[in-house]
Design a protein around this ligand. Structure first.
Ligand SMILES: [Zn+2]
Length: 163
């Protein structure tokens, strides 16, 4: 399968012209989103090459590693806004922390990381916003907004942090 992607890259490079950008995102925004294959962030948000940082993981949850990336994004590369995107039908809603114990039973070692499973995407967006806003490492926490993307309609729904 990877061969297919490498072949596609050769076609991409044939048409590619160096846009002469530096690494600082043009829109000064970092987007934290789930890795879900149905979520095409650039298309869904009207983003072009160079516009933003995209930080993705299972669930789009704000882990220590996401804070690490956001810290570098803000302090070294000039972003000032954070957008969080969870989505409907997320696989994280079907997991629990039992997943860690299952892993331990199977491989004889419990992972150091939390699964960060959640039942309610809206509530996890609120928690994620809170984690970003309270991070001592981030200089810009005024513009932090969270959304749930509907994979059946393509629409974002904003989550009110106060609900
Ligand atoms: Zn997901």
């Amino acid at each position: 399968m990877t061969d297919r992607l490498v072949e596609a890259n050769q076609r991409y490079a044939d048409a590619f012209r160096d846009p002469g950008m530096d690494a600082r995102p043009v829109l000064h925004v970092a987007v934290v989103a789930c890795m879900d294959a149905r979520l095409d962030l650039h298309a869904a948000l009207g983003l072009d090459l160079g516009d933003c940082h995209t930080i993705r993981n299972a669930g789009g949850v704000v882990t220590d590693d996401v804070i690490r990336s956001l810290t570098i994004s803000q302090r070294a590369l000039g972003t000032t806004s954070v957008m969080l995107v969870h989505h409907t039908g997320c696989g994280m809603e079907t997991l629990t922390e039992d997943f860690r114990h299952t892993l331990e039973d199977e491989v004889g070692q419990r992972p150091a990381w939390a699964v960060e499973a959640f039942r309610d995407a809206d509530q996890d967006v609120r928690q994620s916003m809170q984690r970003v806003r309270t991070s001592p490492f981030l200089p810009h926490t005024d513009d932090v907004r969270g959304f749930v993307f509907d994979v059946t309609t393509g629409l974002l729904r904003e989550i009110d942090p106060a609900d």
